[in-house]
Design a protein around this ligand. Structure first.
Ligand SMILES: [Zn+2]
Length: 268
């Protein structure tokens, strides 16, 4: 359970610590698998390079960028966060790491006030950057995206992006435009990417996706007409697949897989 509203505890004996460099997180490998590092809470609390994120299962969590990290004894190694999804990382911890990564990348990109140009500083309590010159507050930017599984009875429409691993297909996704509702964005993205129309949109769930700062809004949608015509700027292939004969899909723990698994469950 994540608690983002409680203040930073002053006496925690142990704290989770996310040490991050770009899209990599440092993990401690051991013969049984991997772990995220823990340090005494009082050490992190007093360290200027660490930022408090909130509580997870009543334990304080902190983030630190790798160049500022002085507590590593050499036992930690970098791992792309994407590799931990489906590799034993639970959804709650993924949410907190997502917060950690987004905070760091946003802090790196907001070193100056966007209103007056003065250098900014982290707020002492909130996850915000503040300007001491004009008083402007900047909170982490979150970019909403829609992701949808388009289905037609026992078949689903899946696409392949150029960025995907070989052989993997997934749901269709895209960024929302200014002024759009999620439903409008969904219909537009599906039409642009594969040329088909959709109806009966149903929201299922959302997921923070820190690559670099998306909020994925997951929908099911039914096919309403049109032939597949792909936009080859965005995807390299798209096709209909029977629920019993799907290609490789994203790992468990991703919202794309969640949408697919929920749909398959209707037939079981
Ligand atoms: Zn300013």
């Amino acid at each position: 359970m994540i608690d983002l509203s409680s203040p930073e505890p002053g006496n925690a004996e142990s704290a989770r610590c996310y040490v991050i460099h770009e899209q990599n997180i440092l993990i401690a490998s051991n013969p049984d698998g991997w772990q995220l590092p823990r340090f005494p809470g009082f050490v992190l609390r007093q360290h200027p390079a660490y930022h408090f994120l909130g509580l997870m299962h009543d334990e304080p969590c902190y983030v630190c960028a790798l160049p500022d990290h002085e507590l590593d004894d050499g036992s930690l190694q970098p791992m792309p966060l994407r590799h931990l999804i489906g590799g034993g990382l639970d959804e709650t911890e993924f949410s907190m790491i997502s917060r950690a990564m987004q905070f760091l990348s946003w802090q790196r990109n907001h070193r100056f006030c966007s209103r007056c140009g003065h250098p900014t500083e982290p707020h002492h309590r909130d996850l915000a950057m503040t300007c001491s010159s004009c008083g402007y507050f900047q909170y982490p930017r979150i970019t909403p995206c829609i992701i949808t599984l388009v289905t037609d009875g026992e078949h689903a429409l899946l696409g392949r992006s150029t960025r995907f691993p070989e052989g993997m297909y997934s749901c269709l996704a895209g960024f929302m435009e200014a002024g759009e509702s999620a439903e409008q964005a969904l219909a537009r993205e599906v039409r642009e990417e594969v040329g088909v129309a959709v109806k009966n949109l149903n929201y299922l769930a959302s997921q923070s996706w820190p690559f670099p700062h998306s909020l994925m809004l997951g929908f099911h949608a039914e096919y309403a007409g049109g032939d597949i015509v792909i936009d080859d700027d965005e995807i390299v292939a798209a096709d209909w697949f029977h629920y019993d004969d799907l290609p490789m899909t994203p790992p468990p723990g991703s919202i794309a897989r969640n949408l697919i698994d929920h749909w398959i469950a209707r037939f079981k």
